[in-house]
Design a protein around this ligand. Structure first.
Ligand code: NAI
Ligand code: 15L
Length: 263
């Protein structure tokens, strides 16, 4: 068990799963978001912080052993917004972590770093990155920053290329990309407990019949997803008869969107 786990973006959807379900691996959860999260429950500390504020992030990270970095704009957006929350926010976090001697970061990357690969392809951690959006590019930046901080300073990161983590898969694409909340929590738990992970790239996906991604290189973690999207297939296929926008690409509609806030 570690002493203190910082969770950024704790006010969002995945943050809610963590707050409700992550029990055991950390004595104290330090929960943070740009939005207010108070009041703190038992075993929780709450700190409001904008990740773009360097001084505030330095303060936030102090005394933390590990970080689950969820805080970000989590969909496609205009570049100026992504620049603050995702690029600058992630840089501030890594710098603060380096200065504070944090051992490991679990970085919520995204399937949108490889979203322009066709759905016929099967990928592992060696796949070329093909971001499908500026949002995907911001996650590529986070993965590269993580690599730099491991090679230069030995700061470990698991880059979690999360598929679609929601209560249930919502459409045909998510029959391939769904990560159940339970599998998300068990993956986080394994990543906190592992003695050493180095710099690791992983796909956050449940045991779906038609999954596109392999984590065979990370067998040493002993993580076995328990859920599958199959029970939802019939309803989804009945509801969604026509191919959706972007259905040729793993990133789905992110691949067919234009640049938001184009000048
Ligand atoms: P979300 O949008 O529900 O939550 C993100 C949280 O980050 C929000 O509470 C927001 O207030 C906070 N945030 C945004 N800008 C901030 C800033 N400047 N400073 C501090 N906090 C800020 O997103 P969700 O679904 O919970 O995702 C969490 C992370 O996982 C995100 O980084 C997202 O990109 C990533 N991810 C999520 C997937 C999913 O299926 N839910 C799939 C792939 C990646
Ligand atoms: C993501 O990266 C987003 O954060 C999430 O909201 C979903 O769009 C997910 O990818 C997805 O691809 O389904």
């Amino acid at each position: 068990m570690i002493k203190r786990l910082l969770v950024t973006g704790a006010g969002g959807g995945l943050g809610r799963y963590v707050r409700e379900r992550l029990k055991g691996p950390a004595e104290i959860l330090r929960l943070s978001d740009v939005a207010d999260l108070s009041p703190a429950g038992p075993g929780e500390e709450v700190m409001r912080c904008d990740l773009a504020d360097r001084t505030a992030v330095d303060e936030l990270v102090r005394d933390c052993d590990m970080i689950l970095h969820l805080g970000a704009i989590s969909v496609e957006a205009n570049f100026d917004a992504l620049l603050q929350a995702n690029f600058l926010g992630t840089y501030n976090l890594y710098e603060a972590a380096r200065k504070a001697g944090v051992r490991r970061i679990l970085f919520a990357s995204s399937n949108h770093v490889i979203g322009f690969h066709p759905v016929e392809e099967r990928l592992d951690d060696t796949a070329a990155r093909r971001p499908d959006s500026l949002y995907g590019v911001s996650k590529c930046f986070g993965e590269d920053l993580a690599r730099l901080y491991f090679d230069k300073f030995g700061l470990e990161t698991a880059c979690l290329r999360i598929g679609s983590c929601f209560d249930e898969p919502k459409d045909r694409r998510m029959l391939s990309t769904w990560l159940s909340p339970g599998d998300f929590i068990s993956l986080i738990t394994k990543l906190i407990a592992a003695p050493a992970i180095g710099h690791l790239v992983l796909y956050g996906v449940s045991a779906n019949r038609d999954a596109w991604w392999s984590n065979a290189h990370a067998d040493f973690l002993g993580w076995q997803p328990q859920d599958t999207s199959e029970p939802y297939r019939e309803t989804i296929e009945r509801r969604e008869e026509e191919p959706a926008a972007g259905s040729d690409y793993q990133g789905g509609r992110f691949a067919t969107m234009g640049i938001l806030g184009e000048r």
